[in-house]
Design a protein around this ligand. Structure first.
Ligand SMILES: [Ca+2]
Ligand SMILES: [Ca+2]
Ligand SMILES: [Ca+2]
Length: 469
């Protein structure tokens, strides 16, 4: 089992004595070996290798260090993409471990992760360690995203969670006197599990193997931040359970969650079975439904909420959903059809839309300090929201934009009625508050709000416009 560890490399002292570690590659400087000047990559290697050794599995694994992170454990976007590309094209890796994440989705990352999928390589990635939204690439549908839990199987407070999280594993891992912590380590532990499980099911196609790992888990402590589809990695269960697909119950009360933005194999038959989608927002959910590739049948019929749909190789079915739990019944006219289903959420437009252009700006009133906030949504790629307001007398005006997700890097731009840019504010980055404070003379002004992470959407934000002193 070849495991590409795309990280800060491996320390020469450690690698020297290990037959399980290959020479690897230094993407930052290809003339140099992938020496670890940070320690993060070496810790990942140690975690996987020591765990393998204590379970007599070390003869089955080979670790490939691919250095893309520097001494501060930071890396250039281009190097990280190049490291993944190298792992796919030059190493014949079975598994890629990416304990690296971005706050934002971008095409190069999305495309290279799709390439790994096409090549049959399992990608495992850390959810992130700042109590916020799941990072990319972990949040992509085909990546196993890993969060961290305490010994008591409770979500570790720093672990990222919510939409996009697949599985959890220990937040910390002890080797001799050292304790390694964070979702990087959690992801490393899941990589070890994935290697053992894959070794037992060498013929299983990637999407089924991934599903097997994600759905055959141990229950964890309930948390509002953890979807009930998320469990604790369980090698034994994944190996002994024949099933690599979800089987929905026939009673609505115990419907299983189908997680938003992630693909799952589901066995559907003639019985009416139940699943649910839990959403923080009103909007639509599109079910991307595929007949199982292994199945020769290329067309079938399914019934969702008592309506019939013809399913070819691939279909998209759109349903309205409300905030909270949404139940769906599902059946087919056939026995035991395996479908790959990915629910994709699009939250609804806010009440100020359409306001993507300056001449569509919505008029709002300016309030006193501590005025209540307006709420709006970023509901599509590049959604831009224009607002305008009137100032009656010389006043200091303050505009605040804030959100609770690191998927939002707010930008505010304030313009005069003559269309002159008065002020732009983009001082802070992911998930932080942006504000403009400026003295204005009487007149009409407008401002725009947009996300600097232009590919990220599906969240709401709060804003207000107030008078200063
Ligand atoms: Ca909007
Ligand atoms: Ca808009
Ligand atoms: Ca900003």
């Amino acid at each position: 089992m070849k495991i590409a560890v795309i990280d800060s490399g491996v320390s020469e002292d450690y690698a020297e004595n290990e037959n399980n570690i290959t020479n690897g590659m230094n993407i930052i400087n290809s003339k140099l070996p992938p020496s670890d000047d940070n320690g993060h990559g070496t810790n990942m290697m140690k975690t996987i290798l020591e765990l393998s050794r204590s379970n007599k599995f070390e003869n089955y694994i080979q670790l490939i260090p691919i250095k893309v992170l520097d001494s501060k454990a930071t890396g250039k976007k281009e190097d990280i993409i190049a490291g993944i590309k190298y792992a796919i094209e030059d190493t014949k890796a079975d598994i890629i471990l990416l304990s690296i994440g971005f706050y934002y989705d971008f095409p190069e990352l999305r495309n290279i992760i799709s390439k790994a999928e096409e090549e049959g390589i399992l990608v495992v990635s850390a959810a992130g360690n700042d109590s916020s939204s799941v990072l990319y690439p972990a949040a992509y549908p085909t990546v196993i995203s890993v969060g961290g839990v305490t010994d008591g199987l409770e979500l570790q407070t720093l672990s990222n969670s919510g939409v996009g999280l697949d599985i959890v594993a220990p937040w910390d891992y002890k080797i001799n006197k050292d304790t390694f912590t964070g979702t990087s380590i959690s992801a490393g532990l899941v990589v070890y599990a994935a290697a053992v499980i894959k070794n037992q099911f060498p013929e299983e196609v990637l999407s089924h193997l991934r599903n097997r790992i994600i759905i055959n888990t141990k229950e964890v402590k309930n948390s509002p931040k953890l979807d009930d589809s998320v469990g604790f990695v369980d090698i034994n269960k994944a190996i002994t359970n024949e099933n690599s697909s979800l089987v929905f119950p026939t009673q609505k009360e115990v419907a299983l969650t189908l997680p938003i933005g992630k693909e799952r194999f589901c066995i559907i038959d003639k019985k009416e079975r139940w699943f649910k989608i839990t959403s923080d927002f009103e909007g639509t959910v599109t079910f991307l439904i595929q007949n199982d590739k292994d199945n020769e049948l290329t067309a079938s019929t399914i019934n969702i909420n008592e309506k019939k749909y013809n399913i070819g190789k691939k279909e998209s079915l759109v349903f309205s959903i409300g905030k909270g739990v949404n139940y769906f019944s599902i059946s087919t006219d056939l026995d035991n059809m395996n479908y790959l289903i990915t629910p994709v959420l699009e939250i609804q437009k806010d009440e100020y839309e359409p306001n993507n252009k300056q001449n569509e700006a919505k008029m709002l009133s300016v309030g006193p300090i501590n005025n209540s906030f307006y709420q709006a949504n970023i509901n599509t790629n590049n959604d831009k929201d224009w607002y305008k307001f009137v100032v009656q007398e010389n006043k200091k005006i303050k505009i605040i934009v804030q959100s609770d997700t690191t998927r939002f890097d707010p930008v505010i731009q304030l313009y005069s009625s003559e269309n002159k840019l008065i002020k732009k504010s983009d001082r802070s980055s992911a998930g932080s508050t942006e504000e403009i404070e400026v003295s204005l003379t009487p007149g009409t002004y407008c401002f725009s709000v947009n996300n600097d992470f232009s590919n990220n959407y599906n969240f709401s934000y709060l804003f207000n416009i107030t008078y200063g002193e």
